[in-house]
Design a protein around this ligand. Structure first.
Ligand SMILES: [Zn+2]
Ligand SMILES: [Zn+2]
Length: 261
């Protein structure tokens, strides 16, 4: 029997890869259809089906931030993002916050993280669009920056199945047509931040992150970056990530979060 020619093998491999890709896409579509059928989205606020956050709850239960605050002293700031006297206390050039913190938003984010309902992230996107629609500083910073996100430890990501900050960053980068790159990694597993005071939180996060590899470090030199995260509490996570990025050569690092607790 004749052995197949190398060209035939090559064509067969291409065909096989194509079929596999096609099958994967079909399974994904079928999966999404079944998910819609058996687990339809319902509003977190009123229970109405259709989306995780209906128009009326968005208006009534969520307060879009009218003014930004300096992330160091937490005072409202009307021009720029940070007071000049606060600059020496932080590695971040500023933090953009989409909505006011509330029990509702805390529960909403909690359900994404602990009920594994990642589809709820989609309904956060309009909040960001509304919050920054007329914010010139935000648009100036975004148009010159690359988006990134707070990484999860690989074990935690496997357990949850997704990283909520990564999904949020990717979706937001599509909205504002900017690049999104995962450049940070967790060096070690940290304790949960829940229940720790500010000092303990900062201590817990020290040395927890690193830049993925030396190739990434070269890419970062002189860039401006925005780290996306869900809720900012003490600010320790964003500070630690910003410190690592700045050491790797990033010029300016900003934060972009849903709310600040
Ligand atoms: Zn509702
Ligand atoms: Zn300040």
């Amino acid at each position: 029997m004749n052995s197949p020619l190398p060209a035939d093998c090559f064509l067969n491999t291409i065909l096989y890869m194509h079929l596999l890709k096609n099958l994967k896409e079909r399974l994904k579509c079928a999966g999404l259809f079944l998910q819609e059928l058996f687990f339809p989205a319902f509003c977190e606020g009123c229970g109405e089906t259709g989306s995780c956050l209906c128009e009326s709850c968005l208006r009534q239960k969520i307060c879009i931030r009218k003014a930004q605050q300096c992330h160091v002293c937490k005072k409202i700031i009307l021009r720029g993002l940070i007071h000049s006297e606060c600059k020496s206390k932080t590695s971040l050039s500023g933090v953009f916050i989409a909505v006011d913190y509330s029990k509702f938003i805390e529960n909403y984010i909690g359900d994404i993280k602990y009920e594994f309902y990642y589809k709820m992230i989609d309904d956060l996107i309009p909040l960001f669009q509304k919050a920054f629609k007329e914010n010139d500083t935000f648009h100036r910073v975004v148009s010159n920056s690359i988006f990134t996100f707070v990484p999860l430890h690989s074990k935690r990501k496997r357990w949850r199945g997704f990283n909520q900050s990564e999904l949020l960053a990717k979706k937001l980068s599509v909205v504002w047509k900017v690049e999104c790159k995962g450049v940070l990694a967790r060096k070690r597993k940290t304790k949960s931040q829940v229940g720790l005071n500010r000092k303990e939180r900062l201590e817990n996060l020290k040395g927890a992150f690193e830049v993925k590899d030396s190739q990434t470090v070269r890419l970062l030199n002189g860039q401006s970056m925005i780290i996306v995260d869900d809720v900012m509490t003490s600010g320790g996570t964003l500070e630690e990530c910003a410190l690592v990025l700045k050491r790797a050569g990033v010029r300016n690092v900003y934060g972009l979060v849903v709310a600040r607790g």
